[in-house]
Design a protein around this ligand. Sequence first.
Ligand code: NAD
Ligand code: 6OD
Length: 493
Amino acid sequence: MLETATRTHDVLHFINGEYTEGTSGATFENRSPVDGSLIGLVHEAKEAEVDAAVQAARAALKGPWGRMPLAERVEILYRVADGINARFEEFLAAECRDTGKPRSLARHIDIPRGAANFKIFADVIKNVPAESFRMDTPDGAGALNYAIRVPKGVIGVIAPWNLPLLLMTWKVGPALACGNTVVVKPSEETPTTAALLGEVMNEAGVPRGVYNVIQGFGPDSAGEFLTRHPGVDAITFTGETRTGTAIMKAAADGVRDVSFELGGKNPAIIFADCDLDKAIEGTMRSVFANCGQVCLGTERVYVERPIFDEFVARLKAGAESLKLGRPEDEEANMGPLISKEHQRKVLGYYQKARELGATVVTGGGVPDMPGELRNGAWVEPTIWTGLGDDSPIMREEIFGPCCHISPFDSEDEVIERANDTEYGLACAIWTENLAKAHRTAARVESGLTWINSWFLRDLRTPFGGSKQSGIGREGGVHSLEFYSELRNICVKL
Ligand code: NAD
Ligand code: 6OD
């Protein structure tokens, strides 16, 4: 039993308020995507560790957490948010070490949102109105129906590696606000910040067993054992659509609820009447931010024909101006991909695009990095043109710093092409004609649509994907629909 999340940079489980190596004896390596160096060993959870975490979470539901007045729970969540901010630099260093992403990015997005996710849902649960109906009865006295909101129970939280702390706390924040307890399975690629959060939970006074973390992989490891565990009441998952399918099958046993934020193949629609400077700037971010590893990112860009050549030339210039570098290089605006395995996948698509006859506008390979950075998972920012909409490059999620740009000639045509996908997560529309913008936004089949912006969002709004990009909506009060249950009570007056 240890008091901290890491020794050097080895990462442990956090179960019932304590750090533990567990009993499986299994470990795996956490390697830096920047240069391939060994960051540390991660202890892998098997059935015994998962069971211990679930039992701890179940016990905590019946303990002080379950009996705690809402106002006290809310104060604790504010302290968790403050605790992350108080250890901001530690979280920043850990997140950038695991992911290789630029510190300048994580400083503005990942870590502040990690803290905000506790504050916002504390505010939401404090202010959510209760529902009540006064009804007539034959005796004239009437009856009062009112709904009470109760926690679902133990929530299994399975998180991906692209925005590890942000996406994990996006689920843990509302789960705890609603009075649930959680067992979190972070991605095997990014185990550290979820573990570190255990220290903050203890410091903030979160009772033992409310927040548990088990480390490991998906199949035949922590992820699968967690989703199969009958002590888990509901599962919230962010990751690939294929993984969501496997988790949904596991959740069918016991008829457990799921909330899924899955993959995408997001279009951007650039009309000729857009403000081109803004459209280029926004598309640069939506294609290349976080090395293209953002579920909401753009991989299909449709540009109205009169500005097609200029748009391609300017996006090419933008891509070629990106500076790749280590997280601590404040000039760098792009890091490596998450792993050598993901690099192989993305480079496979780069190769396939060439074989399919794409015009490689820029990139398409591995950049010439200096020294030990050669051992990292670097790829070039890449732009293609010339492929048809049915090409695998246009249909499959690549999750790298790349996009294909196609010309279009009419509003109806582009909407049909944008919607011609099994996914439906996000879309960005660029035009100065507001009527056209609203018309197009209403017709694109995506859970989130931006007009003349990207990634901008009030956290009280519904977030989620259409079609195979997800099930359910989270954000603001919408999160309460998944993380709590309404029960009706009827009082005869
Ligand atoms: P992934 O599906 O490979 O893994 C996500 C998590 O699931 C990891 O913790 C992994 O260990 C676990 N897992 C894998 N197989 C499992 C199984 N059989 N049972 C239980 N757990 C299992 O996804 P990733 O590669 O980590 O993340 C990238 C993907 O996530 C992309 O497809 C991206 O679009 C998607 N994503 C979606 C959103 C969204 O909001 N819609 C947000 C971020 C990422
Ligand atoms: O901002 C968020 O809350 C959110 N869920 C972002 C998802 C980004 C996907 O990579």
